[in-house]
Design a protein around this ligand. Structure first.
Ligand code: URA
Length: 237
């Protein structure tokens, strides 16, 4: 239109308004009493959380997914771009690998029973609850920072307490740091059974690492088999 008014040979320069500054999201605290919350209150507390700087860049929080009393719990690191868009953990490329690994063990992250399948097909022993150490995406998928991990940790602790898993898979170094309070590399901690509050915990590689280092997939498979054996041993208790 401007071009037509000015004549077609006159270049039209569009002047963009200056970029609006990033919205300032007030930093607050987590609501008190996370350690006693039920699922609904906990989910809402996560959605409303402004306790660290990650709240200003998120599209949404990524709470967790799966059977609320699953025997298996997977703990990953933090949402990536796809998770931030979809609001569910592990839905990007590393999530596809995770799902394939779980499927190979006969496990799934199904949240609700399949139609008409409340019985054996939807057995808590074959279900997984998946959560991350952080519920908000770090910008550009950078590593979680210590204050972010500290602020978010009570949410994960409460999720674990509510699920009461029989076995925990800690995937990658940030899950290990949170749950085992260890800075040892994953490669040194894998291959044996640790305990988190009495619950057996197996350390393994993060799926994103496995996508970059496929030569370690066989070791990750060994870890999953160790977890399955450990869970099966418990099943007989
Ligand atoms: N990596 C994670 O650790 N968690 C996700 O949800 C996605 C990628």
């Amino acid at each position: 239109m401007a071009g037509a008014l000015l004549g077609s040979d006159v270049p039209v320069q569009t002047i963009e308004p200056p970029m609006a500054p990033a919205p300032v999201v007030p930093r607050g605290d987590r609501p008190a009493g996370v350690e006693a919350m039920d699922w609904q209150t906990l989910r809402q507390a996560v959605a409303d959380c402004t306790a660290c700087k990650l709240c200003s860049g998120r599209r949404q929080t990524v709470f967790g997914v799966g059977h609320l009393r699953a025997h298996w719990m997977v703990v990953g690191e933090a949402p990536g771009e796809q998770e931030d868009i979809q609001g569910e953990p592990f839905v990007g490329k590393s999530g596809q690998l995770l799902d394939n690994m779980l499927r190979a063990l006969g496990l799934s992250r199904r949240e609700t029973p399949p139609p008409g399948g409340e019985g054996s097909a939807y057995d808590a022993a074959r279900q997984v609850y998946i959560a991350n150490t952080l519920k908000c995406r770090p910008p550009g998928n950078r590593n979680p920072e210590p204050d972010e991990l500290a602020q978010c940790e009570p949410f994960l602790i409460r999720q674990i307490a509510l699920v009461q898993p029989r076995i925990i898979l800690a995937m990658g170094r940030f899950a290990v740091q949170s749950l085992l309070r260890s800075n040892e590399p994953v490669g040194r901690l894998r291959g044996r059974v640790h305990r988190y509050q009495g619950v057996p915990l197996i350390v393994t590689y993060h799926p994103a690492y496995l996508l970059r280092n496929p030569e370690d997939k066989a070791r990750a498979w060994d870890d999953l088999c160790l977890a399955a054996e450990t869970a099966a041993g418990l099943a007989g208790d």
